[in-house]
Design a protein around this ligand. Structure first.
Ligand code: GLA
Length: 386
C-alpha cells in the first residue's frame, strides 16, 4: 500500500492539513476454529496486509467517513455517532468502536477519516476486526485514552457483539491487536493466557487460498453454532458443572457425552473439544519444527469442521481437497468462520507456483469461480504509523 498515494487521496477529498496514519492487519488462524467462544485455544497470526486509516481532527461537529475501496461516504454529526447507519455496512464497524470509546467518557470532536484496506472482505481474514482495531488505535491516540492493545481488542469484540450483532469470540480482535512479526499467538480464550510462538517453517510457506465465495457472518449460521454449543453445555451440566466446552477434554467428553440428547448438538461439541486438543498438540509441534505433525492436525481440523461442525461447504471442501492432492502440500484447512472465505495450506516453497496453477484449474472446473492466492507474511499488530 502506497502511503503517499493515500495521502494524496485524503488531501483531494478533505483538503490540506496534518494527517495521521494508523494501521491494523488482517489475520489467518492456523488452527483452532470455533474454539474461542467456547473458552478453548486458538493459534492465529497477524498478516502483513490490512486496513489503514488516515485521519485528522476538524473544527466542524461532524465525522466524515470515506474509503478508497468500499462504497459509501457519510458525514455523521458528532451527536449521532452512537447510532447505527441503516445502510452503512462498513462504517458501522467504526461507529461500534466509537460508541465503546464514548462509553469510556470520550467526547468526540469533528474528524475526517479515509479508510483504505487490502484484505478481501468477508473472506475469513478478519477484515472487520481489522477495521475495528484501526479505528480503536485512532480513537485511543486522538483522545489520549491510554488503552493498551489488549484492552482495545476487547472493545472491538464488544462493538462486533453489541453494535454489529455477531456473537463472535475474541480470536480476530486479539490476533489483529496483538500480532508480532514472524510469530503466531497461542491463546487460551477463557484465561487469556497467551504466548508468541515463532513461525519457523523452513522450506514451507503459508498459502492462503480464497474461494471467492463470500461469507456474511451476521447472516450466516455463525450465531446458530454459538447457540448449539450453549445447548451442549446445558446438557452436560445435568451431570457435571462446566462453564464452557473448553473446560473438558476428550476423555471427559467420552464419559459425559450421553448427557447430550440431540445428535447434531453432540457433533458440534465433539468438534469443539477435539479441535481444542488439536491446538494443544499443534503448538508444541510448531515449536519443535514438526511440520508434518502440524499439517496432519490441520487436515484433521478441516475434516472435523466439515463433518461435525458443518461450516465448510462445497467451495471450501473442494479447495482443500484439491490442495491436498498437490505434491509439496503437508496440510490444508479452512480458516475463520467458514461458510465460504479462505483456506490455509502449508506448501513447499518450490511447489507454490504449481499449487496455484493446479488448484486453480481444478477448483474453477468444478465450482466455476476463480480462486485467489496469497503467500502470507506474518506481520505486527495494530499501531499508529505516522
Ligand atoms: C470468526 C469469529 C471468531 C471465531 C472464528 C472461528 O472469525 O469472529 O471469533 O469464532 O470465526 O474460529
Amino acid at each position: 500500500m502506497e502511503l503517499e498515494v493515500l495521502k494524496k487521496s485524503f488531501i483531494e477529498k478533505y483538503g490540506e492539513g496534518d494527517i495521521q496514519v494508523f494501521f491494523s492487519p488482517g489475520r489467518v488462524n492456523l488452527i483452532g476454529e470455533h474454539t474461542d467462544y467456547n473458552g478453548g485455544y486458538v493459534f492465529p497470526c497477524a498478516l502483513s496486509f490490512g486496513t489503514y486509516i488516515l485521519a485528522r481532527k476538524t473544527k466542524i461537529d461532524e465525522v466524515r467517513f470515506a474509503s478508497t475501496n468500499l462504497e459509501l461516504e457519510v458525514s455523521i454529526p458528532v451527536s449521532k455517532l452512537s447510532e447505527k447507519q441503516p445502510n452503512g455496512a462498513w462504517v458501522n464497524y467504526c461507529l461500534g468502536v466509537m460508541k465503546e470509546f464514548a462509553a469510556k467518557g470520550v467526547k468526540f470532536s469533528g474528524m475526517d477519516i479515509l479508510v483504505s484496506g487490502n484484505i478481501p472482505n468477508g473472506a475469513g481474514l478478519s477484515s472487520s476486526a481489522s477495521l475495528e482495531l484501526v479505528t480503536a488505535v485512532m480513537c485511543n491516540e486522538y483522545y489520549n485514552v491510554g488503552l493498551d492493545n489488549l484492552e482495545m481488542a476487547w472493545m472491538g469484540k464488544a462493538a462486533e457483539n453489541n453494535f454489529v450483532g455477531v456473537n463472535c469470540g475474541i480470536l480476530d480482535q486479539f490476533a489483529v491487536a496483538m500480532g508480532k512479526k514472524d510469530n503466531a499467538m497461542a491463546l487460551k480464550c477463557d484465561t487469556m493466557e497467551f504466548e508468541h510462538v515463532p513461525v519457523k517453517l523452513g522450506d514451507y510457506k503459508i498459502v492462503i487460498s480464497n474461494t471467492n465465495k463470500r461469507r456474511g457472518l451476521a447472516d450466516s449460521k455463525y450465531n446458530e453454532r454459538v447457540e448449539e454449543c450453549g445447548k451442549a453445555v446445558k446438557d452436560i451440566c445435568t451431570v457435571k458443572q462446566i462453564k464452557l466446552l473448553g473446560d473438558i477434554d476428550l476423555n471427559e467428553f467420552e464419559s459425559l457425552k450421553n448427557s447430550i440428547k440431540n445428535e447434531t448438538v453432540l457433533r458440534r461439541a465433539r468438534h469443539v473439544i477435539s479441535e481444542n486438543q488439536r491446538v494443544v498438540d499443534a503448538i508444541p509441534a510448531l515449536k519443535r519444527g514438526d511440520l508434518k505433525a502440524f499439517g496432519e492436525l490441520m487436515n484433521a481440523s478441516h475434516d472435523s469442521l466439515r463433518d461435525d461442525y458443518e461450516v465448510t461447504g462445497i467451495e471450501l471442501d473442494t479447495l482443500v481437497e484439491e490442495s491436498r492432492k498437490v505434491s509439496g502440500v503437508i496440510g490444508s484447512r479452512m480458516t475463520g468462520a467458514g461458510f465460504g472465505g479462505c483456506t490455509v495450506s502449508l506448501v513447499h516453497k518450490d511447489s507454490v507456483e504449481s499449487f496455484k496453477t493446479e488448484v486453480s484449474e481444478k477448483y474453477t472446473a468444478k465450482i466455476g469461480l476463480i480462486p485467489d492466492f496469497y503467500v502470507a507474511e506474518v506481520g505486527d499488530g495494530a499501531k499508529q504509523i505516522e
